[in-house]
Design a protein around this ligand. Structure first.
Ligand code: AMP
Ligand code: MN
Ligand code: MN
Ligand code: MN
Length: 296
């Protein structure tokens, strides 16, 4: 049984003094491509028994103040989070940042530029779909984006389902929105160095999101993790919504090998669009160092 210890946090109103029983450091709200507003995600996390929570919207910090207030009112500890879209050797990858100062202009300015790129990409996606006879999809997708500067493929998918192009969101991704399909366009996201640099300059911890989802060989993954560690990355998601039990074993081994701290996150997007609900996922393997220990 681990002993409790105290970490004083400049970004939390109360000192952290209790070991969390159920931490969930990966979730989305309507500030990106989630289906619930930040206050509703906070209340749902608390109702599900989450006691230490991060909202990690894609490329945007706009939900953090509301999420923190409602989380703390509901008795949870809260940590600032973000999920940054990067491209590494042509592969789209997500890096989660945790426990940063959300007012740091290096981080917020980098994310501003990423969002401008998203709008331009979305217009090209609309053009690509128009070219195969489905017009007006950019405008239609915008109606599904509460935050238009954070337009995502998920908003395109929801609109395409609404006009009967496919039965459900995974079906739209499979046939229209993944590499090689007609609505997919290449895009320059942030670099690995930029994303990790923004997070660490803002005092945060960089974590590789859902590593089991990337189309990479074992050798490529090790090269990626070598670089990630070299530039200051400290964590990896081991238990997450999209990981099978085999993924958990595999990435637990890599976490030990690289001496990374391990994270746990549902990647909740909404009641109907998630692998698992907030906080409803297995605990980390016991010998791993949980990433919440790094949150100051
Ligand atoms: P984007 O950041 O605009 O490229 O959109 C990526 C988002 O789309 C992810 O964060 C997921 O929310 C969603 N997504 C990606 N792949 C799939 C899929 N195969 N099925 C359902 N949703 C997906
Ligand atoms: Mn998403
Ligand atoms: Mn992701
Ligand atoms: Mn996510």
């Amino acid at each position: 049984m681990a002993t409790a210890f105290v970490i004083n946090s400049p970004f939390a109103q109360t000192p952290v003094s209790v070991i969390p029983a159920n931490f969930d450091f990966h979730s989305h709200s309507t500030v990106s491509d989630g289906l619930l507003a930040p206050h509703d995600v906070a209340r749902r996390a608390a109702a599900n028994g989450v006691d230490f929570w991060a909202l990690t919207d894609h490329d945007d910090l706009g939900g953090l103040a509301e999420a923190r207030q409602v989380a703390e009112e509901a008795g949870m500890r809260f940590v600032n989070g973000v999920e940054i879209s990067i491209e590494w050797k042509g592969i789209p990858i997500h890096v989660v940042g945790l426990g940063f100062d959300h007012l740091h202009t290096g981080l917020s300015g980098g994310l501003d530029a990423l969002r401008i790129g998203r709008i331009e990409r979305a217009r090209r996606m609309g053009d690509a779909l128009a070219a195969i006879g489905i017009p007006g999809v950019y405008e239609g997708a915008l109606c599904y984006a509460a935050n238009p500067s954070l337009i995502s493929r998920a908003h395109f998918a929801r609109y395409l389902v609404s006009i009967g192009i496919a039965r459900d969101v995974p079906g739209v991704f499979q046939h229209y929105l993944t590499p090689g399909k007609p609505g997919y366009v290449d895009h320059r996201w942030a670099t690995l160095t930029e994303a990790v640099g923004w997070i660490t300059a803002a005092g945060g911890v960089a974590v590789v999101a859902h590593p089991g989802r990337y189309k990479m060989s074992g050798g490529e993954m090790r090269k990626f993790l070598d670089e990630f560690k070299e530039i200051g990355g400290q964590g990896i998601e081991v238990t997450c919504g999209s990981h099978s039990p085999d993924h958990v074993l595999h990435f637990a081994r890599l976490a030990r090998h690289y001496a990374f701290h391990a994270s746990r996150g549902s990647d909740f997007h909404g009641p109907e669009e998630s692998y698992v609900d907030l906080g409803k996922l297995p605990q980390l393997p016991e010998d791993l160092k949980p990433v919440w220990r790094l949150i100051r």
